[in-house]
Design a protein around this ligand. Sequence first.
Ligand code: 3HC
Length: 308
Amino acid sequence: MPNSIFEDKINKDLKIEPRDEMPDGYRSHLIRQMSQHAHSEIIGMQPEGNWITRAPSLRSKMILLAKVQDEAGHGLYLYSACETLGITRKQMIEELQTGKAKYSSIFNYPTLTWADIGAIGWLVDGAAIVNQVSLQKTSYGPYSRAMIKICKEESFHQRQGYEIICTLAKGTDEQKQMAQDALNRWWWPSIMMFGPHDKDSNRSEKALNWKIKRESNDSLRQSFIDKTVPQAELIGLKVPDDKLIWNEKTNHYDFGDIDWEEFWNVVNGKGLCNKERIEHHKKAHNEGEWVRKAAVAYSEKKLNKKVA
Ligand code: 3HC
């Protein structure tokens, strides 16, 4: 017998809405995860934005511009959905800039060549899609609805990235080597995106019980690997894992050990770009203050006109 309306709704796979009663732990778990998700979308704009002025054609520049703009929108949906839980945008930004809140480790790696932009779309957005398609079924209504909208745009992101990598893989030997080099550098950080192994996850059990997470880290990671390895092989690229082998019995790829020391170093601020990413965010946030002030002044003026 459920102890509360909340439990009854969770058991019946009904969405929890902002005005519903919910345990404090459910609320704080969502604020943590959703705000960090939003931070990841916004910080993720930096590595890609770095190549907008250097895109190799007008078409690729337009596509990259559209993608980076989409990521800003994803951050906006997620910040707005998170605000329904009672945290302000200001608090979330402060937590990001002071290091109290995390963002995805993957965005602390540098984008060295144009092939990296392809690898980000193909692998990072590919991993994000696997995670976010599952999150469409999350128990918190505003988060679930944000995921449904975001997933529609994410598939364009993955396809444009894979198109870049395919073009390079079919190009000159030097271009094919660029694509392989990008796969070598981005493969392992992409599978780290799914978080620690289930046995080492300090959050998963509650997340799964509250139906915030609908699949475990390892299950989502496995789905991503199973889907992505054939895409690499199709264009003649080699996944940088000597232990990768198809397992007929399990119908999945077996793969090598993840370097969790690297993962936690990056998560804990010692990655190649952590400092740069936050400094850039602070600079952009400060330079954009006048825009925020103007928008608030405009909306207040409009509101006063309506009231008068
Ligand atoms: N980067 C940084 N921190 C990570 C991480 C990663 N890749 N994976 C896990 N962590 C952190 C967790 O936040 C948690 O720390 P905290 O308690 O201080 O928050 C700790 O490591 C333990 O990890 P758990 O797996 O136990 O924690 P969660 O249950 O929260 O699972 C998660 C981690 C799978 C990332 C989950 O939070 C999640 O699904 N988040 C939503 C999706 C998301 O944030 N994706 C980030 C990428 S967004 C993106 O790629 C945009 C695309 O458009 C490019």
